[in-house]
Design a protein. Sequence first.
Length: 587
Amino acid sequence: MTAGPRMDVLATAGHVDHGKSALVRALTGMEPDRWAEERRRGLTIDLGFAWTELPSGRTVAVVDVPGHERFVGNMLAGVGPVPAVLLVVAADDGWSAQTAEHVAVLDALGVRHALLAVTKADLVDPAPVLADVRERLRATSLGDVPGVAVSAVTGQGLPELTGALEQLLAGLPAPDAAAPVRLWIDRAFTIKGAGTVVTGTLAGGRVLPGDRLLLGGREVTVRGVQSLGRPVERATATARVALNLRGVAVDELSRGDALLTPGAFRATAEVDVTLRGVPEGRLPEEPVVHVGSATVGARLRQLDGAAVRLRLAAPLPLRVGDRLLLRDPGARRVLGADVRDVAPPELRRRGAARQRAAELTAQGEGAAGAAADLARRRIVRAAEFAAMGWPVPAGAAVHGPWLLAAGLADELAGRIPDVVVRYRRLRPLEAGPPVEVVRRALELPDAELVAPLVRPPLELRDGRVVDGDAALPPAVAAAVERIRERLAADPFAAPEAPDLAGAGLGPRELAAAVRSGRLVRIAEAVYLAPGVEGAARERLAALPQPFTLSQARQAWGTSRRVAVPLMEWLDARGVTAKLPDASRRLR
Ligand SMILES: Nc1nc2c(ncn2[C@@H]2O[C@H](COP(=O)(O)OP(=O)(O)OP(=O)(O)O)[C@@H](O)[C@H]2O)c(=O)[nH]1
Ligand SMILES: [Mg+2]
């Protein structure tokens, strides 16, 4: 098996009977009309596929589309995922109804790479049609299109067409082989022994046998990959591919479904778009939306000017930057639309639609658009933001799985001290608000976001946000401080219960002192300073190992009241190990 040839893909376009399929046949030696009915009627109905190697060694695959107006849906599925077009016009017929319709489609899709073939040059002088069509194309996205006169019957002009094709393909932008896969399916069928097979034009990324891809909500596995009729180790964009799938039956698939890299796309039924130019007359209320090989009904709401909200009859894996084609079935009119937001906000207030339109028009593309969109969302999962089609904008902060708009982390961090002060005013004996209270106060989606926003002198301690300097009421802090001074001189001289009570330290005050990190509770009414573990270990290390409780008590210079629970506390913390005869040794 090989890695498969480097390949470009182009689609045909043009009026019925103008010679698209005949030209593909002459170029590739392959028959693009796959159906018996098509060959009997001499009419292309569905998409056809053919390929050839050009003299330069470049391989070109051609998606041959039908020209008949009844099959324009098939034509759209063919050109949707393909970046370049071979426009075919018959010399004896010239610019015709579906020439115009197809060119309008290409223009709306923003196709910029095209070649014009004026066919049937054996019948009449092709020059006038060549000049006329090139002139008409100039005002479209296709621009200044190279044109060649050919005959599929005599072969005249074919070498020139091949040369022009080579030039066109050489000028195509390089596909992004590292992009996630979104393969719009154009055919699904079964092969005896292999099972379900789908085909499509891979516009970005690559597919290998064993890949897991998402289809709707489910995962399917790529069992095998073929390209141009041969099994390959991998297929890399741009390529025509046929994938043998495990985990899905053929009747669960249809044209317009997409196979997706898991996590890289999100299905959406509501998108905000901007139209490429606001057309004269009313906008269609229920346009048909085409993207890739998919076709789905929609309801259109004009926000303002060229900004429009679409509600799709079925969700699609759309990204910001996708170009949609909106077709008005009644008026035979097509519009191009750029996806600007795949998770748009609800519009409730008066004037919200107009404001939204202004945002969409102003937001820009790429990093600038991403920054504007993130500023509105404030906080979003980074993976979700990427799946919308946005890059990470400059200045955004990343915290774990979250992306924070530029400047937002500072703003939120600046609000926490006030949350702490207000909380402690109500509950002075608690060290500070639990993280969850802060999360709610700042309306954060995840408690994990609190920690990175806590800045000195605030700190996180035992699940609370505390002010390290002022966590206790002054009287309590002073009493605790006196005890800590005594413990600094003698770390094992835990104050007696009456001493604590006399200093005004009841259970609640002591618990607060523990939460603030000033004291540790060894047992009921036995409190020592946090450094006691190290001090205790140091003295035990000087003893012969193992040692008895009595030896430990003497080493610490304290009473049994303190020594017994302290020994157990050290056992529990794994500082000491208790032996079967109840003696201890350091671990
Ligand atoms: N004389 C002459 N006839 C041609 C040429 N190319 C195509 N034809 C004839 O024109 C007719 C239509 O050709 P097709 O290739 O089927 O046209 P098409 O554009 O594929 O048509 P649809 O797929 O139905 O839109 C056929 O009878 C062809 O033999 C040519 O260069 N010269
Ligand atoms: Mg045809």
